[in-house]
Design a protein around this ligand. Structure first.
Ligand code: ASP
Length: 737
């Protein structure tokens, strides 16, 4: 029997009771975390966001309340009134802050019951991630998630108050806007009132923040959602949060100072004292020393060891004398067995003619002098692993149509980046041995920040055979390189910078172009015609002509920062309601197809409803469909179970399928296509009723069905065009991810 809260007021939080409150009366409200029934005594841990307290129900003291407590189950919501009592020293629970006390229950109200949850917040073994995301509200009750969300809150608040203290205004910019220039695919929103036109969800507030500078708000920031329709990885989400800022009249150093300031505040909020300034390194240096534009500095840099070799050594080794030779040193790996050396080879991915020498012992045997010099140059200890990467002497072909990108530089690059990737792969592989990724408690060692500066302005887009903006087209080139814009784009450096932490890019930004004539020149260098530039960014080019102050800024990924601070492996651990790698929200089941009438309102014409449905549900189809001898379909479900389709009935000119109420959650449609094939659709029950109503309104006349839902019976009337019939229902249908 459920109780009402009545006029009961919570007086204490479950994680806050201490021995000093002994004797006090407390009213706790929360979830039943665990119930232990010892006969005369029932112990219940009551939990809320702050932690939990043990509540004791004593049969001898109060049989009625003891009886009521025996009805409690995991995740019931309760209010308990009782007295705080210090436990005897031998019953202290040292693992929780409230472990010295318990609450002797005097009144219990069951405020709500709970179905048996698919997993419990207190479980030590986590269910699979699909389950966690589907029942996210249960997952979020877990301690680890509560802490991650709290951390995120603290970090965001610290950043906000730091930036506000530095004179930055938080200003909102629109979500329904037009395509922005970050270069990913846009998420589009169709306009109902402007047929055929679309808003784009912003990939970043880039143009708005620049316009805010033109508008006189000389220090802007926003913790803002951005949307990019890209292929997803563990550290990417279709919608993600940036700490976005822009300021007027800055040198790059001013932007860096602000970022260092708010990161210091954010890390402090998370309990880590980091100290600016962060080291700075040019892009070229980063490539040379780390083979990467986001160096992980927790391990030694690479060393250029070309000078260690004699010319004839290089000939014997068949390596190029004009390309770099770099040594990678990973400390404390110890001597490798032959098998271990073989395992290194597949980690080396050389694009463009780089070569690996993973057997340093052999190098030492054949070229003792060179090897000794390498040891000296890399300051290697006896148990350090050294591998050498060189150019293989056969310069690879590099096209540089449309520009005069220097060949050699390109080849140097190939060697450095191949070595850089190998360095990271070795670092991961031998993490246990070198121990450099383990947290030491010393923030200066645990969090290695870095500014990477002077990025190239353009990068060669092999597919489009043209130069593309390496950051975005509003980034200012270096003043000294301005003359090379047309003649030698590869050599032009940008006033662009990235902030990097432990090998992860936290954010990037730049000083912007503030003059319309230069902006036009850049568009031209990017191969954009005047007309194209005007049609895409005309409003912005015009704004630039109304007294635009010099300005610059940056954006950092909040999700990534919190992920690193939480020590989490995936962004999904720090985003309350994230999407899967296939951009699906499993809890609300989005995206979903929408009804035809809704599409009509939006002037979206869908030529073939069958194809639309097929695409929309393709990801939810069973992994395998087998026809048995009796032509009975057996669907192999994602969870490994098999579901047979019990029946399909034909009644006169229409088909009826009696669906046992509440026992199905999807139906299978078989649709005969015009080409004579048969397509299967599985429609989860949550979506098919709105679709039914729309079938009859297909103005293509391809599938004319008059479908009504009458209680649990669906009647289909075949019309012209392809036949559709219901083949059965699935009672255990579980959409695939
Ligand atoms: N809008 C850029 C981005 O999101 C950042 C910047 O240039 O400020 O990458």
């Amino acid at each position: 029997m459920l109780d009402f809260l009545g006029d009961l007021q919570r007086t204490h939080r479950c994680g806050e009771l201490r021995a000093s409150q002994s004797g006090q009366r407390a009213v706790l409200m929360g979830w039943v975390n665990r119930r232990r029934d010892l006969g005369n005594l029932i112990f219940v841990d009551v939990r809320d966001r702050t932690g939990m307290t043990q509540v004791v129900f004593n049969k001898e003291r109060d049989p009625a309340i003891h009886e009521k407590a025996s009805q409690l189950r995991s995740e019931y919501v309760v209010a308990v009134i009782g007295k705080v009592k210090q436990r005897t020293a031998d019953t202290f629970n040292k693992s929780i802050p409230t472990g010295e006390v318990e609450l002797t229950a005097e009144e219990l109200r069951i405020l709500n019951e709970s179905k048996q949850p698919p997993f419990l917040p207190g479980d030590t073994i986590l269910p699979n991630e699909e389950m966690r995301l589907k029942y996210r509200y249960i997952d979020l009750r877990r301690d680890a998630m509560q802490q991650n969300i709290e951390l995120r809150h603290k970090v965001a608040i610290a950043i906000r108050s730091y930036l506000s203290s530095q004179g930055f205004f938080e200003i909102e910019t629109p979500f329904m806007t037009r395509s922005t220039p970050e270069g990913a695919r846009d998420y589009l929103v169709p306009s109902r009132v402007q047929p055929g036109s679309f808003y784009a969800l912003p990939q970043s507030p880039q143009l708005f923040k620049q316009i805010l500078m033109i508008s006189g708000f000389d220090r802007y920031f926003q913790i803002v959602r951005c949307f990019r329709d890209e292929d997803l990885r563990a550290d990417r989400q279709p919608e993600f949060t940036q700490i976005d800022l822009e300021m007027s009249y800055p040198q790059p150093e001013h932007v860096w100072e602000v970022v260092e300031g708010f990161l210091t505040a954010a890390f402090k909020a998370a309990g880590h004292e980091i100290k600016p300034q962060f080291p700075r390194m040019s892009y070229d240096q980063a490539i040379r020393l780390y083979g990467s534009d986001k160096p992980d500095m927790r391990l030694p840099a690479m060393t250029d060891v070309r000078a260690a070799f004699q010319a004839e050594n290089l000939t014997t080794l068949a390596v190029s004398s004009s390309l770099p030779i770099v040594a990678i040193r990973i400390p404390k790996v110890g001597e490798l067995s032959r098998k271990e050396r073989d395992e290194i080879k597949p980690l080396f991915i050389a694009k463009g003619g780089a070569k690996l020498f993973e057997d340093f012992k052999r190098l030492e045997k054949n070229f003792p002098e060179a090897a000794a010099k390498i040891r000296e140059q890399t300051t290697a200890e006896a148990d350090d692993l050294i591998v050498v990467v060189a150019g293989d002497g056969k310069p690879a072909e590099h096209k540089s149509e449309g520009g005069v990108k220097p060949e050699v530089k390109q080849h140097d690059h190939a060697v450095y980046t191949a070595a850089g990737l190998l360095r990271l792969a070795l670092a991961q592989k031998y993490a246990d041995r070198h121990g450099a990724f383990k947290k030491t408690g010393d923030p200066a060692k645990d969090y290695r920040f870095l500014w990477v500066t002077d990025f190239p302005m353009f990068e060669w887009d092999e597919e489009g055979k043209r130069w593309a903006a390496a950051h975005h087209p509003f980034t200012s080139p270096h003043e000294h390189d301005m003359d090379n814009l047309e003649s030698d784009p590869a050599s032009v450096r940008a006033l662009a910078y990235d902030v990097v932490l432990n090998g992860t890019e936290l954010g990037s930004g730049s000083i912007r172009i503030h003059r319309q004539d230069i902006q036009s020149k850049i568009f031209h260098a990017l191969g954009m015609t005047e007309d194209e530039a005007r049609s895409r960014f005309g409003f912005f080019l015009e704004a630039l002509e109304y007294g635009t102050p010099p300005h610059g800024g940056i954006a950092l990924g909040l999700d990534r920062i919190v992920m690193i601070l939480a020590g989490a492996e995936s962004l999904r651990e720090v985003i309350p309601f994230p999407k899967t790698a296939r951009a699906v929200d499993l809890m609300v089941d989005a995206p979903t197809p929408v009804g035809r009438s809704q599409l009509k309102d939006l002037h979206i014409h869908v030529g073939d409803l069958g194809i639309l449905m097929r695409e929309a549900w393709l990801s939810r189809l069973p992994t395998e469909i087998k026809l048995t001898k009796k032509h009975r379909r057996v669907y192999q479900m994602s969870n490994g179970s098999r579901v047979g389709i019990p029946f399909a009935r034909e009644i006169g000119g229409s088909w009826a399928l009696s669906l046992p109420e509440n026992q199905y959650n999807a139906i299978v449609l078989l649709c005969q296509t015009e080409a004579g094939g048969v397509m299967d659709f599985i429609l989860p029950s949550a979506v098919f009723s709105p679709l039914w109503d729309d079938f009859s309104r297909d103005d293509e006349g391809r599938i004319e069905l008059d479908v009504k839902r009458d209680g649990a019976t669906i009647v289909l009337q075949p019309g012209e065009g392809p036949n559709i019939r219901i083949d059965g229902y699935l009672s255990k249908y579980d959409p695939l991810i």
